[in-house]
Design a protein around this ligand. Structure first.
Ligand SMILES: Nc1ncnc2c1ncn2[C@@H]1O[C@H](COP(=O)(O)OP(=O)(O)OP(=O)(O)O)[C@@H](O)[C@H]1O
Ligand SMILES: [Zn+2]
Length: 644
């Protein structure tokens, strides 16, 4: 049993801290003994003790690594420190081990800060909840809330579960999840997420997600995994370090053999430590992913972050991505003697069998008139529409392609009506009863308010080609595209056409990101270099499958995600440069005789800290242009490199 007072030392971080402090104190004692009192013996003893105190932990780590056949940096330092003692350089040995421990300790501390965004997320989860049991409010640990129970949330407190509002109204700040600074109004029927804050008003919420099964918990898990996942460049550096470390040992042995200068050889071991190199990319990635998470942008790992940093083309689907996805029914054009109400009713019966966004306003409009019967048989044809059977009749609703497939012909009146709807920039839904065209409905969908500024910003940061890929007709697609400043439109696409286009863009040498929502986008999303989902807070599938999930339903997060990825990539390159230049400079210094063991270790450890500090610049909260209300768009000043 460890005595209680020593128990904290079993924690490696605490042990390292105390060993470092003790070793530092011994060095100071030794220096005072020598320069204050001329006591050489006490000096040597103190330095030996200091080297032993700090070195034991380093040597222990070196041995642990060797047992898994890993040539660690600790091994280089251990050999150098023992060698220095061997040639009577007690001071050098003490200084090298002390500085290495000190650097490692500071490194661990600052690395923890780069994970700060995750800590913010963890803090967002409240620990207690007020549940209504037997009509009475009871305070419980949040973990003991049961599914389906009603949770009471008072003004100013955090919501402890995912759920549906059953009573009350409140403005809920969802910043912890979506990064959106503006609170959302919640009323009975709205969905709310654990970790969000009811800023005013009291809500009663029926719990639909508890404990580890909330969106917040999923985001935390994913950020953790993403920060652990190794990027390709990181794996490359790790492989490099595997042969680099033994190579340095061989180099040192060679230098010793040639120059007969053991001190030179030992100094080489110290200054060639790849410490800054090994940490250069992971520290940037952890910081970049954390910075993104703070804005409600979930980047699923270093690999995805590197890919996103390289994209130069974006493909977007229209319905639900560039547009609100809530079309309104603006035209009802009955044909061939059909009555307006009949046309709407038949169309609504058909669309009640689909959950395509186009069907919803039709169903809603007809529901205002009365009950909608459920069709007996439904056949949905992706990218075309659907055919249903009801009361012995066959209803078809969809686009021209559907009617060509069904061999239903258009008379002159139908052609004219269809052309009119298309000319007005609306999406037509043609309706036929038993093979006879009964009329045409015209729908129009609003572009999102965030779409135009987001497209402009993307071009500004170098996404030079932006293309709309849509299943809708060319005319309504072009009308929306023109409003948003998108000049490349591919319309009337089937899911496999979207996929083929992405492949074609890639064959053109483009690094393509695709953002979409529908099932018709799934194959294209899978083929894109980076797949992006928006409004992911409402969809667990999106959180799980997309490379980048934008929690908010806000297109302006798109340029922010790209900007963060680019800034992280730049940051990684800067860090690599800092690390390599330091090693090269130190090696030159050793051969010119300007750098010795202790100073070499000092400079090396400083380079490690510089690399970490550089990565931490990524975490800075960006300025919000235009003051208060603006969305958090990364300002160049915050994410661009300060040094070349
Ligand atoms: N339930 C439906 N009712 C009527 N028409 C439909 C239905 N589903 C699809 N269609 C027709 O097929 C077309 C393509 O649909 P699809 O779902 O592939 O793309 P979309 O959602 O319209 O556009 P985007 O690809 O931009 O999301 C629609 O524009 C419409 O003409
Ligand atoms: Zn879509």
């Amino acid at each position: 049993m460890t005595p209680p007072i020593l128990a904290p030392l079993q924690n490696p971080a605490t042990r390292r801290k105390w060993l470092t402090l003790t070793s530092g104190a011994l060095i100071v004692l030794g220096l005072i003994a020598l320069y204050g009192f001329g006591l050489r013996g006490l000096w040597a003893g103190a330095m030996l003790a200091a080297a032993f105190v700090a070195g034991s932990d380093i040597a222990w780590r070196a041995v642990q690594a060797l047992r898994i056949r890993h040539f660690s940096i600790e091994l280089l330092v251990t050999v150098a420190a023992i060698g220095a003692l061997f040639i009577g350089e007690y001071w050098e040995s003490a200084a090298v081990t002390f500085l290495f421990s000190l650097g490692a300790w500071l490194e661990a501390r600052t690395l923890r800060q780069t994970r700060g965004a995750l800590a913010d997320l963890l803090k967002a989860a409240p620990e207690t909840a007020t549940v209504i049991r037997d009509g009475q409010p009871v305070d419980l640990p949040a973990a003991s809330v049961q599914l389906g129970e009603t949770v009471l949330v008072r003004a100013g407190s955090r919501i402890p579960v995912d759920g549906e509002v059953t009573e009350g109204n409140a403005a809920v700040s969802e910043a912890a999840i979506t990064g959106e600074p503006i609170p959302a109004e919640k009323a009975p029927g709205s969905h709310v997420h654990a970790g969000t804050i009811a800023e005013n008003g009291v809500l009663r919420i029926r719990a639909t997600g508890i404990g580890s099964d909330t969106t917040l918990a999923r985001i935390i898990r994913r950020v953790e995994e993403a920060q652990e996942e190794r990027a390709p460049s990181q794996r490359m550096i790790e492989r490099f370090a595997q042969w680099y470390t033994p190579a340095i040992m061989v180099l040192a042995l060679g230098a010793w053999a040639v120059t007969q200068d053991l001190r030179l050889a030992l100094t080489l071991l110290v200054v060639a430590c790849p410490g800054a190199l090994v940490i250069s990319t992971p520290v940037s990635i952890v910081a970049g992913i954390g910075r993104a998470a703070r804005s409600g942008i979930l980047i699923k790992g270093g690999q995805h972050l590197e890919n996103a940093g390289r994209i130069d083309m974006l493909a977007l689907d229209k319905t639900g991505t560039l547009t609100e996805g809530k079309p309104s029914l603006v035209e009802v054009l009955p044909l061939a003697g059909t009555k307006r109400a009949e046309l709407l009713h038949w169309a609504a019966i058909a669309e009640s069998g689909s959950d395509h966004p186009l069907g919803r306003p039709i169903v809603a409009a007809d529901r205002a008139e009365g009950e909608i019967p459920t069709p007996e048989a439904v056949e949905e044809l992706a990218g075309m529409g659907l055919v249903v059977r009801h009361a012995g009749r066959e209803i078809a609703a969809g686009n021209r392609r559907l009617f060509d497939t069904l061999d239903i012909t258009f008379d002159a009146a139908a052609e004219a009506a269809l052309d009119g709807v298309l000319e007005r920039g609306r999406t037509p839904i043609i309706v036929a009863l038993d093979g006879q065209i009964a009329g045409i409905l015209g729908l129009s969908d609003q572009p999102r308010a965030s779409a135009a500024p987001a497209m402009a910003r993307l071009r500004e940061i170098g996404v030079s080609r932006i293309a709309m890929l849509t299943g809708d007709q060319p005319q309504p697609a072009r009308a929306i595209a023109a409003e948003l400043g998108i000049d490349e439109v591919h319309a009337g696409l089937m899911p496999e056409d979207k996929l083929a286009l992405i492949r074609a863009f890639q064959a053109d040498g483009r690094h393509v990101a695709m953002i979409g929502d529908g099932i018709n986008d799934a194959p294209a999303l899978a083929a894109a270099d980076t797949s992006i989902a928006m409004g992911a807070a409402g969809s667990d599938v999106a959180i799980e499958t997309a490379d980048i999930a934008l929690m908010a339903d806000d297109l302006e997060k798109l340029p922010e995600a790209v900007a963060i990825s680019r800034a992280t990539l730049r940051n990684m390159r800067q860090n690599l440069a800092i690390a390599l230049l330091t090693v090269v400079g130190l090696l030159a210094g050793v051969f010119s005789g300007d750098v010795h063991m202790a100073s070499g270790m000092l400079i090396h450890q400083l380079s490690v800290l510089v690399v970490i500090a550089n990565a931490m610049r990524l975490l800075r909260t960006p300025r919000r242009p235009g003051g208060g209300k603006g969305r958090p768009v990364p300002a160049d000043g915050a994410l661009a490199p300060a040094t070349a």
